[in-house]
Write a protein that binds this ligand. Sequence first.
Ligand SMILES: [Zn+2]
Length: 546
Amino acid sequence: MAVALFSVFNSAFAVNPPDSTPIGAKTYAATPVKVTDCTPYGGDPNQDGICAHWKDGTYGPGLHVNFNDSSIGGVTVHYRYDLPCTPGNTLANDPTGYTVCPSTSQKDIYLELDCMTGQCPQPQAIYDVVSAFNAHGIHLHVQMGENASSGSGDIGVHFCDVKRVTTNYDSAGDVCTSTTTNYQSYPDLKQNFFGTVDERAGNTSLCPLNGVPPGYSPSNANSFNCLTAKRQVFHYGMFVDYQISGSDSAGWAEVFGNDLIISLGGFTNGVGSLDEQEGTLMHELGHNLALNHGGVNDANNCKPNYLSVMNYVYMFQESADSCRPLDYSNTALSNLNEGSLSDSNIGSYPYPSGSSCQGERKIFWSSPTGTTLSGTTGVTDDWDNNGIDSNTYSQVLNNVGSSCSASTTPITLTGFNDWAFLANGNSALGFPEPLNFRTSTNFYQTVLPASGLDSDVYTQGDNHEDFPLLHVQSVLVKNQTNGSGQGTGPGNQTNGSGQGTGQVNGEQYTDSDNPYGPLQMIGWGGGLVVAGILTGIGVWTAVRRR
Ligand SMILES: [Zn+2]
């Protein structure tokens, strides 16, 4: 079992003064006006926040961004930044989508991704998320944000912990241990690493100098132009090691905003498996697009009628359903009124074609006794595990793990169609344009030095930190096959032969089906023990460093 310990590289910060005195090249966001209105630029016909003229060739091929800054010298000035693309490129040429040109015929999302040394994601994780969006008509363009031409997002420095609030960083530590106080704040990281190396340096070929007003001479005008304009379009994310809050936290993101963190230091091999990397990336990006754990404006997690990577049950394949597609929900399944529940069919939601599993998707819920039950969509589910009948009963359904934070009193669990929301927005829910983060107060936050970089504005607004359901042993174990792959029968399989009946009513499990004891949450506090058990059945080889 490898234990990864990372050295700390302070060189990237050694040249920078403390954040209270940002250097010239890093003052790009130091203006109170940060939202560019699309009205002078052809409006926003795609409702993705990217003005029409920024995409339609008005300024030439590719993506262009105007930035309207009325705060400099009392005059209104326009900056413009040209983002390169390669006409004719598709995901076949560039599976990151970064060099695929934007179009006014569909929605575009831009994301700059950086990573701490040792924490960089597998390229396939990026490709898979881009592909998931592309399948629903949204072009996601991911730029690995240090050296874009080589596809590297490595910032050349590693910190053990990331704080979300601004705090002076501590460079004393050189290894990551349980007592290490070697942390950096996300605002500082964005302050230092948003933009590519070339963009931050004001490379004139990448950042043509446009619109600097007479009498105003920013110390690095190109960088100022480049990065201020880029902020109008790009989400920013970083793969880091741990968050200061602990090793169970996989990520953090603004709910309707432009900032996100993936922190998989406590997960597989200290960097996350492919499934964990892509699941967390798509989950956190989903938060930026206004999705919560139960849909929009709905924090109810682990709902059996919400089959989305936003739902902790479906964030990782290893959490519950080894066949779960990397996807947001594409169907609003029927509501479930827990206070007046009856055995019911919430609707059909088959696995997508090409999935390793076919037929109706697997769902999970909590029984009256607190165990976890399993069934599928498209059939009448026996929520109370009492045999299919017409009784009406009250039952909490989404308490399948402590991180679900399920309501202890019955509520109505609503279905929600994420992709329909992202395609059309929903004014009634308060998000007419969920892709336009520039209308969010979260856009003003992070690298927001109006009142000083050390303020804690970063924690204001709606945001969320994720503690996914990785450790629900009961669910995890129930879905393991005995090594021969997914079963063809209507229900789940037990972990091996001779482990009880395995099926109830053809589709559900009870306690007796679990060869590893009662169905209950296994805390991560016993991480190595749990990992050892799971490694023994060949499903998980998580390594903890603390
Ligand atoms: Zn979340």
